[in-house]
Structure formats: structure tokens, C-alpha cells
Design a protein around this ligand. Sequence first.
Ligand code: FAD
Length: 387
Amino acid sequence: MSDTQAIIVVGGGPVGLVLSLLLAQQGVASVLLEARKKGAADQDTRALALSYGTRKILEKLGVWPLLEPQATAIETIHISQKGSIGRSLLHACDYGQDALGYVLSYGALCAALGAQVSRSAHVRFIDEAQVKSITHDTEQATVIYQRHEKSQQMATALAVLADGGRSLETIVGLKRVTKEYGHDALITKVRTELPHNHIAYERFTANGPMALLPNGERDFSLVWTGEQAYIAPLLALSDEAFLSQFHTQFGDRVGRFLSVEKRMTFPLRLSHLQDNEVLHLVVIGNAAQTMHPVAGQGFNVGLRDAEVLASLIAEADTALGGMEMLKAYRAYRQKDTKRGLLFTDFLVNIFSNDLVGVTKLRSLGLGLFDVVKPIKRHLVGKMSFGK
Ligand SMILES: Cc1cc2nc3c(=O)[nH]c(=O)nc-3n(C[C@H](O)[C@H](O)[C@H](O)COP(=O)(O)OP(=O)(O)OC[C@H]3O[C@@H](n4cnc5c(N)ncnc54)[C@H](O)[C@@H]3O)c2cc1C
């Protein structure tokens, strides 16, 4: 494989790995540049919520059979609001699906995708390759990276940035719009008295939304979000005090909370790129858009970026990396991305707001949502396939 003909993918996270594999399936060569050592991500226990549509992409790549035994199916989603009797239930069987989604660790996903990449003759994976800059002219993009203290350079008709949003500042022409929520997400795993029965819980409180996702035989992954001043002290509490405080917010649906694993927090922001093209460059995954984790959309939107880009490249109706191709890509992805951003932002704003009257409206809204079938069907379609 000649590197100059290959597409260069910057970032071997799940979105970059999937893109290279989708391209390989269509006989298109790529070079994958990853800053970390091969296998470094495999131990990451962060729980990802995969949509049903994401499962379909992973099936197409042949990795789903490896992942299925490690994934926990979400068969029901229970949505509620603290201090209100309104609640809503979504059942997979009502929509002809085996599951509404799956919970899988980031590490397990990267390990399976990485193994598939190693077997592919169309992907050249270069680890410990820290990309320092991506520049472009009318002919090509030039990627400069550092490996083992040596600077190296590659040119390509199309560079794809999938670095999770960590080296954008180095690229002339790309502008990021960011909204800081001033909120943190606390993530951990908890064990409960009652089994999860494959139910995921989304609960909205005046301080912010929280989610309990079934993970493994007996555990839940917890994402608890709220203002930084509210979330930060939760890290310092003893396990017992933490679980008691969480129980007060969450209620009795899963019985008592028995144990909690290590807690970590990260800041929440919503960010996306401004609508403009940079010749010979496409940005996908978290590098293109970062969403609040409330609706578990971020990763799934990123995989759909990879899927659309791979088919556009394979069709090759237009010059690779040229303005026409870049505009076509934007046109395909714009609606899905914007809807994902607006939807998660709307949920955060409407459900984390304690103005007089809003609580009652939300309660009424949840009750109505529960009985109006077309709205539920629309939401499930959106969460599952981005449609
Ligand atoms: C704590 C946490 C919990 C989350 N929970 C969920 C969830 O429940 N559901 C969900 O859908 N999403 C969740 N997300 C978001 C999800 O992790 C991202 O959507 C997903 O990881 C995006 O994948 P990616 O491949 O675009 O980026 P990343 O996973 O960030 O991967 C980027 C890769 O690029 C590499 N890289 C970075 N800079 C360079 C460089 N200069 N040169 C070369 N390589 C580079 C990195 O080492 C990394 O391997 C969560 C995110 C966090 C932080």
C-alpha cells in the first residue's frame, strides 16, 4: 500500500477504528495514526451506551459476535422526574427490536476493533504516533507526527481527524463553538439490592439528570450530572454517605444501593464545528461534536459519521477531499448532528430547571409522552438509528 494514496485517519479511538475497518471492507486503504501504545485503551472501563443502529454497524464489520457476550442489553428505558408522579417507559419489544441499546465498556470495544484492524491488509496502524499538525493546500493535506522522538510527515488526498477533539487548535480554518454547562458528570459503578432486569433509568432532578445503565450481571453504571459545586463534594464522601445521598435522589426502584466503585468526574460541554469546509480534511466523532451524555447519543452520532464518510469515499463520484465531496458529506450529516446536539441540549435545559411552574409542566409532559405513541416511536427511531 502506498501511503500517498491512502486515507490518513488521525486517532485510533472507536470512531477512527470503525472508519478504517469500513473503508477496508470496500477495498480502500488507510493509515491510522494513534498517539497511545497499541492496546492502551483496552483496559478503559468507561461504559458506552450503544444504540441499536451502532450494533448494526458492528455486525457489518463482523465484530459484534465477539462483543455480544460482553454487552448488556437495554430492553426497557424508564424515564422519571424527582418530585413528580409522571414517568414514561419505552420497551424494545414495542418497536420490533431485541433491545433499545447496549452497554459495553470502551476497552472491550477498542480491543475487538483493534484485533480486527490487525488482521486487515488494508489498514496500516501506527501506534505511539502523536500528530502535531495537519495543513493543506489545493492538492493535498500534510500530516506531521512525532514517533519515538522522530518527526515524520505524510501527504494524502484526504485526512480524517478523529482525535476526540484534542488537537484541533493546530488546524487552520477550523473553528469550534463551545458551550460550557458549568456542570460535571460523575461516573462510577454501583451494585443494587434488586437485579436490573435490563432496565436503564433516566432520572431528572432539579440539580441535573442522572442515568443508571445495566452493566453486567448485577451492576449498574452510574452517570450523575449537576453543577460543579454540587458534584465535586460527592467525590470526597465515604462510600456509605455517597450511596445514601444517591438513594435519596434516585428513590427505591432498585432497592438499596450496596456498593460503589471508584468515582471520577469530568466537565460537560457542548461543542461543534462551525459550518465551513477545509480542503482535504473531514472531522468526525467527538472531534466534530461533543454532547452532554444525558441521552447517550455522542458515540453513536460519531459512528454514523464514520459510516456515511466511508460510503461517500467508496462511491468516489467526486475528487477525494475536494470541495464537492466535503459539501456532500456535510449535507448528509448536518441534520443528524444538529438534531443530536439540540435534543441533548433541550433535555438538559428543560429538565434541570426549577422555575416555578416548569416542574408541573415537565410532569405533564412525561405523562403525555407516555401515552402518545407516535412521539415515542419518533424518539426510539432517533435514539436507535439517528432517524
Ligand atoms: C467519561 C466519559 C463517559 C462517556 N460515556 C458515554 C456514554 O455512556 N455513551 C456515549 O455514547 N458516549 C459516552 N461518552 C462519549 C464517548 O466516549 C465518545 O463519544 C467516544 O469516545 C468518541 O470516540 P472518538 O473515537 O471520536 O474519540 P476518543 O474515544 O476520544 O478517541 C480519540 C483517539 O485519538 C487519539 N488521539 C488524540 N489526540 C491525538 C493526536 N494528536 N495524534 C494521534 N492520536 C490522537 C486518542 O489517544 C484516542 O485514542 C463518554 C465520554 C467520557 C469522557
